[in-house]
Design a protein around this ligand. Structure first.
Ligand SMILES: [Zn+2]
Ligand SMILES: [Zn+2]
Length: 343
């Protein structure tokens, strides 16, 4: 994510010579996603659809024009056989409806994320209730809670997304196109997948080259949570022979296994910091403020609380934390939880 201009299209080749084009599209103002076009001489596949914003369509067209000018291949969206959505976050899937309605492509999404697309309005109502409960338990206080909730609701409506039926659902057992293999990697998002095409792994937001992908607790959304995420990192570590990983944002990763190690280490260090903080009783909001030390603004505050919450939840799941205000929890309706490390 940055305010840079759209980067040029990049071209990669797998070991067997399958061509991959990476073209960045602006999915929210100054927020860029990588879409990938895969050409194996038989089928054309697109990884991710971008957002509903007009800038996505503009940049897809610009990307295809650039490919034609630089490599002499004129690809058309109506030649796509498959569109694979890595996960149902709106910068990756918001434009899925366009491909469902306007092209002949099969548009694939993991079965755990299909509902987000096909029952979006219902999902928003339920998700905002779950977030509100989480914020109460995190101890943000009524004024900040109200501010965060209206920010959350406004940001969701600004996406301008309406439900689209997704008939083509992925599971771990699905094969796309000519033997492209799906790996379900929940954690960042319930239906997050990676796709292996020859020796190139498309990682969506499961792994990025610079940023450690955002985590949120399982108590807001099932199949999120740090435990799932770390398990999914292990899963990819055991996929052998990956020479190149291509994420939904940022740069290519040439040392995939090294990157897995770095991301895991980042979380283990963060857990260590939280253990130290919780020597004295702490709410999730206390921990968030200490962890990010005044660097959070706007929507970033929600992301920060979720990130801290995912780590606290994991330590709690492991039995390393205890809740010190149990009496209050029993007596009142959803008070803030105060956690302390077990001696
Ligand atoms: Zn995401
Ligand atoms: Zn993303």
């Amino acid at each position: 994510m940055s305010t840079r201009e759209r980067a040029p299209v990049a071209r990669f080749e797998t070991r067997q010579g399958i061509r991959v084009y990476r073209f960045p599209v602006e999915t929210f103002p100054a927020h860029f996603n990588n879409l990938y076009l895969i050409d194996d001489d038989d089928r054309l596949t697109l990884i991710d659809a971008g957002s509903r914003l007009e800038s996505t369509r503009r940049d897809i067209t610009a990307g295809l024009d650039e490919i034609a000018a630089r490599w002499g291949r004129r690809y058309q969206l109506h030649d796509l056989a498959d569109v694979v959505i890595t996960h149902a976050h709106m910068d990756h899937c918001g434009n899925a409806g366009y491909f469902v309605e306007e092209t002949r492509a099969r548009v694939w999404v993991h079965e755990l994320d299909a509902r987000v697309l096909s029952a979006y309005e219902e999902r928003m109502v339920v998700a905002s209730k779950d977030l509100a409960i989480f914020l109460d338990r995190s101890g943000v206080g009524p004024a900040l809670k109200q501010q965060l909730m209206s920010m959350y609701t406004m940001s969701k409506y600004a996406l301008n997304f309406s439900s689209v039926d997704m008939p083509d659902r992925l599971t771990d057992a699905t094969t796309i196109g000519n033997g492209y293999q799906v790996f379900h990697t929940p954690g960042h998002c319930p239906g997050e997948i990676c796709l292996l095409v020859d020796d190139v792994l498309f990682t969506g937001d499961h792994m990025l080259s610079r940023t450690t992908p955002h985590q949120s607790p399982e108590c807001i959304t099932l199949f999120c949570g740090l435990r799932r995420y770390l398990e999914s990192l292990d899963k990819i570590q055991h996929v052998g022979g990956v020479e190149l990983a291509l994420g939904g944002h940022e740069d290519q990763m040439t040392n995939v296994y090294g990157r897995i190690h770095e991301i895991r280490r980042f979380h283990l260090q963060r857990l260590e910091r939280l253990r130290a903080m919780c020597r004295e009783p702490r709410t999730i909001w206390d921990v968030t403020q200490e962890l990010f030390a005044g660097r959070l603004e706007g929507y970033g505050q929600i992301l920060g609380i979720e990130e801290a919450g995912a780590h606290i939840e994991y330590l709690y799941q492991l039995g390393e934390l205890t809740i010190v205000n149990l009496d209050e929890v029993q007596r009142s309706n959803n008070p803030a939880l105060h956690y302390r490390a077990r001696a």
